[in-house]
Design a protein around this ligand. Structure first.
Ligand code: CA
Length: 569
């Protein structure tokens, strides 16, 4: 097996594990990957325009280490960049959209965009990396194990460049010191840059959403505890909560996708079962697996009761995204566990259907029966992985462009909310406001689409500044207040340092089967096809015999290494 083939097969294996860990979209099979290879872009790297003299980095006369422009006026230089295309497909990134035209003006650097639809990107970039020729200068490496590629010489080690040019990064690092530890490989190298991520804090968390109008219809208070929730769901089921005259057509709660959305009930018992996938750190700094805890059994019993008594949609675990939408706009579903951002869309649809009082909205995670105040896990401290390939002919320019685009304040504002006076204005206090182009788009685009139609909030922008995103996601004061009401419950995901190859191998070998078994059994417990009383102990013993403690030992190593890199809890 050639070196690149070997890397490719390792990466596919790792990607599979990562996908299972992250509950991301399933990876393409090898056969799909091969056919995508044939369709992959073949454009050359275009590191520097042919025949053009390389421009040395601008002399630092201002004390700034990455002053703009990188390329002086009157000269041109092009870098190539592979990433997913704009999510708003009517405005492809290759059209030189206004937000990117602005970046070009600031940097003096043109971009040869090598884009494919988001759903194809992961396979395409893995295939291109496996082939190892004509690589783009910069690539979105979110689906790649950059340690493997970096140590094999396919990606540039970025630490010296970060040290030399990291002017904007240094500002970010002051308030977000954990970005760097999370970018460091076991040997302390950096093969990708990531940005901070904070959108969950302000732009609508994932958690408990309820029909506020149903509570009002039945003269009920907002439920606070898990016991309150049980009572409210029971009232939704037994009474005519939607006021259509039929007391039997209400389904109290639903959700979608797979059993992991149901695991959010663990948030009421202090369990980190969702983005942390069951891994938590105890007060002694020891990594724990929360599915082994007594509280996990208590949570499972609670949820099984909801299913048994018809308080939870029997299809809650198997619903697709479309199923969830059609249920939540049917006026027969009273609550869900999902993203807040869908609530306004559901409300608009219901209002248009004549249900003018419909009022889906976010509320707090319930307080658990043990008095635990409830939490919401973030999706992670960092966002994105951006790497520079071995084929880049001018790493200084590519790095400086990337450093500016990812970390500079003005660039971040542009990437996220667009162009001043086109999509936003700035008031005397420096506050940003969306223009009518966004709030009342002439072509009838929604807020997010309008922003994306000019190249902002694109896949390259998914480095998340909650204050900016909230501007176009939360337009209504009532919605803002409901989202703010959960801020104090938001807790960080349990983070680990990037794996060594041995650690990856151990996790692949053991944890894939463990999660499959875990999810199958938890589904059976929830749905009542296995008895919790009879089988819970066997369940936890099986997790142990399958090697969960070996996985924990690996996780402990990764966690300890993260701390040694300066990660602050
Ligand atoms: Ca009814």
């Amino acid at each position: 097996m050639s070196k690149t083939r070997r890397i490719y097969s390792i990466v596919l294996t790792l990607a599979t594990v990562l996908v299972l860990l992250c509950s991301c979209a399933a990876p393409k099979t090898g056969a799909d990957a091969s056919s995508a290879a044939a369709a992959a872009p073949t454009a050359g790297s275009a590191a520097a325009d042919a025949g053009q003299t390389q421009t040395p980095p601008a002399a630092d006369t201002s004390g700034a280490s990455n002053p703009m422009p990188i390329i002086p006026a009157g000269q041109t230089q092009t870098i190539s960049m592979a990433c997913p295309d704009n999510y708003y497909s009517a405005a492809p990134t290759t059209d030189e959209l206004p937000a990117w035209a602005w970046i070009k003006e600031q940097t003096g650097v043109s971009v040869n965009w090598q884009v494919v639809p988001n759903s194809e990107y992961s396979t395409t970039i893995q295939t291109r990396m496996a082939a190892g020729v004509d690589l783009p200068d910069i690539l979105s490496a979110g689906s790649l194990d950059t340690t493997i590629y970096g140590e094999d010489g396919m990606l540039v080690e970025l630490s010296p460049y970060l040290e030399k040019y990291g002017e904007n990064y240094a500002i970010i690092a002051e308030t977000a010191p954990n970005v760097k530890p999370l970018m460091m490989t076991p040997s302390g190298s950096i093969y990708h840059l990531s940005t901070t991520r904070s959108e969950e804090l302000y732009a609508g968390a994932q958690g408990w959403e309820i029909r506020y109008d149903w509570l009002e219809n039945l003269n009920l208070e907002m439920p606070v505890t898990t016991d309150d929730w049980y009572q409210v769901l029971k009232a939704f089921k037994e009474q005519d909560a939607n006021l259509d005259g039929d007391p039997n057509n209400e389904v109290p709660m639903t959700t979608m996708s797979n059993v992991t959305n149901i695991y959010r009930w663990g948030n009421c018992w202090g369990l980190r079962l969702w983005t942390s996938d069951g891994f938590s750190i105890d007060e002694n700094g020891k990594v724990q697996y929360d599915f082994l805890k007594d509280e996990a059994r208590e949570m499972t019993e609670y949820v099984a009761r909801l299913f048994k008594e018809g308080l939870m949609d029997p299809e809650a675990i198997t619903n697709t995204s479309d199923d969830l939408t059609s249920k939540c706009i049917s006026n027969n579903y009273g609550s869900t566990l999902y993203w807040q951002e869908l609530c306004p869309t559901w409300n608009i649809t219901l209002h248009n259907l004549g249900i003018t009082q419909a009022d889906w909205g976010q509320t707090r995670t319930p307080v658990g029966p043990n008095g635990y105040p409830g939490h919401i896990e973030t999706r992670g401290y960092v966002s994105g992985q951006w790497s520079i390939s071995k084929d880049c002919q001018d790493v200084d320019t590519a790095f400086r462009w990337l450093e500016y685009v990812l970390y500079n304040e003005a660039a971040t504002v542009t990437r996220t909310i667009g162009i001043e006076d086109m999509t936003y204005t700035v008031d005397d206090n420096g506050g940003y406001h969306m223009t009518e182009f966004v709030t009342n788009n002439p072509d009838g685009l929604g807020y997010v689409e309008a922003i994306r139609s000019i190249g902002a909030w694109s896949p390259v922008s998914v480095c998340n500044r909650a204050d900016l995103i909230a501007l176009f996601k939360l337009a209504d004061d009532k919605e803002i207040a409901r989202c703010e009401a959960v801020y104090d419950q938001i807790i960080p995901k349990t983070e680990f340092a990037i794996s060594t190859l041995d650690e990856s191998d151990a996790i692949t070998r053991l944890y894939t089967d463990i999660t499959t078994y875990r999810d199958e059994m938890m589904t059976k417990f929830f749905l009542g096809t296995e008895s919790i009383d009879e089988k819970w102990e066997e369940f936890t013993r099986t997790l142990e015999s399958m090697g969960i403690h070996d996985v924990l030992a690996v996780k402990q190593q990764q966690y300890d290494r993260l701390l040694s890199f300066g990660y602050e809890q």
